[in-house]
Ligand binder design. Structure first.
Ligand code: SAH
Length: 566
C-alpha cells in the first residue's frame, strides 16, 4: 500500500479551487501548477507529461485534475510492467467526478471515496470485488497486512464466483462489508499473527499486533529478531514495532534494525530484563521469550504512538532564499513530518502552511540561544522539531546556535536526540546565480554585523580579504542600529580595489518583489543597501558584459593571472 503523500496536479487556473478542497483531505500534498497558466499553486512545472511520469516512477500517488484520457495516454508507456504502482486518480476540475484509474492495491478506491466525500460527489468505483463486497479484501486497512497477494486474488475470484465465507479472528473493518457470510463456509478469512501456510480456501491477514523488546548489544539485530519470530511462529508482517530501553536511544544498530524491518522504534525506562521491558510497554499483551529477546503479542493492531515514546528529532533546516523551487527536497520532507516548528516568525510563515497538528513556536529574531534550548527540550520529550532558518542554517543562522546549546549541555536526553542539519541555498549563492557567476573563483563570506564580534576584527578581515584579492559577499550589511559600518567597510575595500570593480546588489532574492542591480564599487553608497540586501563585490578579475535581455552578466573567471589556453 502506498503511504507517501499524494501530488495534486493541475493544468489551469480554473482547477485551483477544487485542488485546494482536495488539499484539505491531504494537507501535506502539494499542488503542482503548469507554469504560465496557474498562479498561486504550491509549486510549478514546465511539462505535464514529464512531470506526471516522474511522479509515477517515484511511486507518488497522483491526483490529476484533468480528463482521464490525458492521464491514461501520458502514463501508458509506463504501464506494461504492472508491479506495485501508486494510486492515480483523475478528478474533474470542477470537482463533479472522481475517477480512480490505477493502483487498486495502492488504495486508490479508498482515496477516491475520501476525495469524493470531501467534494460531496460519488466516486466512480469499478472494481468488481469492491462493488460487490463494499471493501477491497486485498487492501486491508492500515494495521493489517495481507499474507500473500496472489493467493488473495484467487480467493476473491472464488467469492465473486459465488462461494460463501466465514471470518476467523477479529476483523472489525469487515463489519460494514457485504460479504456472503456463512459459519459453515469452506472459505475463510483468517486474521491472526500466527505464521503458517495458508490452506487452499483461506485468506490470511496479519494484524500488526506484535512488538519485540530488544537490546542494542545483540549482534546482527535484524536477523536475531527474524529468528525469534520464526521460533515463536509469529508472522513477520505482524511486527509493528521494536521496544528498547531509553538509555539506548542513540544506538545506530537499533535504528538500522527498525529501518530494515520497516517498523517503528519506541523506548521505555530500562527494566531488569527484556521480558519486564515488554510487559511495562504493553501490559495487556502476552509476552514470550525467544532467541534472547522478548516478544509481546496482542490481539488487535498496536497503536504504536501510545507505546513508550519515540526518539526525539531535531532538524535545523534552511529554507533557501524564499522561492519554493529553491528548497531542497529533504527540507520539504522534514517540514511535512515535524510536530513542532521554531523560528523567527517571518521564516516560520515562509516555511508554512502547517497542519493543525503541527505546533508553531514563533519567537523574536534575537533570542537564538533560548530558541535552541527550547528546541532541545521539546525534542528530548520525543517530539519531531524543526528550527527554521532562511538560506542555509549554517551561514550566520541557527545551526551553530543549536550546536552551541548542545555543547554546553550535559543532559544525556539532549545528546540522544536525533539531530540533523539540512542545508539550503544561501543568499550569496542565490544572488550570485542570478547575476551570473561573480563568485566563480575564490571568495570570502562575511557578516558585517558587530553584534557578536568586535568591529576591529571585521576591519582586519576586510582589509586582509580585500588585499588577498578575494571576491567578497557581505551578509547583514547594514541596519538601523548599525548605520555607519557599511560605509567604513567600503572605504577599506576601496584601498585595494579599483572604483570600476563590479558590485552586485540582490534584495529579497527569491521572494516577491526581488531586485537585482549591478553597479560598481565607485558608485556604491550605503543608502542603496538595506538589511534585506546581499552585497557581492568583485575581485580584480571580475568582469561584466551586457545580456541581450537587458542588464549585465557578471562573472569572475575560474583562472587567475594568465588565461589558460583552451
Ligand atoms: N542563513 C541566511 C543568512 C542569514 S543573515 C542565508 O544563508 O542566506 C541575514 C542576511 O542574509 C540579510 O541581512 C541579507 O544580507 C542576507 N539575505 C538573506 N536572505 C536574503 C534574500 N532573500 N535576498 C538577499 N539577501 C538575503
Amino acid at each position: 500500500m502506498t503511504k507517501s503523500t499524494p501530488a495534486i496536479v493541475i493544468l489551469g487556473q480554473s482547477a485551483l479551487s477544487t485542488a485546494r478542497r482536495i488539499q484539505q483531505v491531504y494537507p501535506a500534498a502539494q499542488i503542482h501548477g503548469l507554469a504560465g497558466r496557474v498562479e498561486g499553486a504550491d509549486c510549478s512545472y514546465q511539462e505535464f507529461g514529464a512531470t506526471l511520469r516522474a511522479l509515477y516512477q517515484q511511486d507518488t500517488p497522483i491526483i490529476a485534475l484533468c480528463a482521464a484520457g490525458i492521464v491514461i495516454r501520458t502514463l501508458a508507456p509506463l504501464l506494461i510492467e504492472k508491479g506495485a504502482e501508486p494510486a492515480v486518480l483523475a478528478v474533474a476540475e470542477d470537482g463533479s467526478t472522481v475517477v480512480p484509474l490505477l493502483g487498486g492495491l495502492g488504495g486508490v478506491n479508498v482515496m477516491a471515496r475520501k476525495i469524493a466525500d470531501a467534494l460531496q460527489v460519488s466516486a466512480a468505483i469499478t472494481t468488481s470485488g469492491e462493488l460487490r463486497f463494499g471493501t477491497c479484501l486485498l487492501n486491508p486497512p492500515s494495521g493489517y497486512a495481507l499474507a500473500d497477494l496472489e493467493q488473495g486474488k484467487r480467493f476473491v475470484s472464488d467469492l465473486l464466483a459465488g462461494h460463501s465465507v466465514r471470518i476467523d479472528g477479529a476483523a472489525p473493518w469487515l463489519d460494514q462489508a457485504q460479504l456472503p457470510e456463512d459459519p459453515q463456509a469452506q472459505h475463510s478469512i483468517h486474521v491472526s499473527s500466527a505464521e503458517r501456510e495458508a490452506s487452499a480456501n483461506e485468506l490470511l491477514i496479519h494484524p500488526r499486533s506484535v512488538a519485540v523488546a530488544v537490546s542494542a548489544d545483540v549482534a546482527d539485530l535484524s536477523s536475531a529478531i527474524r529468528t525469534a519470530l520464526q521460533q515463536t511462529k509469529v508472522a513477520q508482517q505482524s511486527l509493528a514495532c521494536l521496544l528498547a530501553a531509553d538509555h539506548e536511544m542513540a544506538s545506530a544498530s537499533l535504528r538500522e534494525a527498525a529501518l530494515e524491518l520497516g517498523v517503528a522504534l519506541r523506548f521505555v525506562a530500562a527494566q531488569s530484563d527484556l521480558e519486564a521491558l515488554a510487559t511495562v510497554a504493553m501490559p495487556a499483551a502476552k509476552v514470550v521469550r525467544a532467541n534472547g529477546l522478548a516478544i509481546a503479542i496482542a490481539e488487535l493492531p498496536l497503536d504504536v504512538a501510545s507505546i513508550g515514546r519515540p526518539r526525539g528529532r531535531l532538524a535545523v533546516i534552511g529554507l533557501g532564499p524564499g522561492a519554493a523551487e529553491l528548497m531542497v527536497p529533504a527540507v520539504k520532507a522534514e517540514l511535512a513530518r515535524c510536530t513542532d516548528v521554531l523560528g523567527y516568525e517571518t521564516y516560520v510563515r515562509m516555511a508554512g502552511p502547517f497542519r493543525d497538528d503541527q505546533v508553531q513556536h514563533c519567537t523574536d529574531n534575537r533570542e537564538e540561544m533560548q530558541r535552541a534550548r527550547h528546541a532541545f527540550r521539546l525534542a528530548a520529550e520525543g517530539r519531531s522539531v524543526i528550527v527554521v532558518s532562511s538560506g542555509d542554517p549554517g551561514v550566520f543562522a541557527m545551526a551553530a546556535a543549536v550546536l552551541e546549546a548542545l555543547h554546553e549541555s550535559d543532559d544525556p536526553a539532549w545528546h540522544s536526540v536525533d539531530l540533523e542539519i539540512l542545508p539550503g541555498v544561501s543568499a550569496s549563492l542565490a544572488t550570485a546565480a542570478q547575476a551570473g557567476a561573480p563568485l566563480g573563483h575564490d571568495f570570502c563570506v562575511m557578516s558585517l554585523s558587530d553584534n557578536l564580534k568586535p568591529w576591529s576584527i571585521i576591519e582586519k578581515r576586510l582589509d586582509l580579504a580585500a588585499e588577498a584579492d578575494l571576491a567578497l559577499a557581505f551578509y547583514n550589511p547594514i541596519s538601523r542600529a548599525r548605520p555607519w559600518q557599511l560605509g567604513r567597510a567600503l572605504e577599506i575595500v576601496a584601498q585595494h580595489r579599483r572604483p570600476e570593480t563590479p558590485v552586485v546588489l540582490g534584495r529579497d532574492i527569491g521572494r516577491p518583489g526581488q531586485t537585482l542591480r549591478t553597479t560598481t564599487l565607485g558608485a556604491l553608497t550605503p543608502d542603496q543597501v538595506d538589511m534585506r540586501t546581499m552585497v557581492l563585490i568583485g575581485s580584480s578579475t571580475t568582469c561584466t558584459f551586457p545580456r541581450v535581455t537587458g542588464g549585465d552578466w557578471v562573472y569572475t573567471p575560474r583562472w587567475y593571472g594568465e588565461r589558460p589556453a583552451s
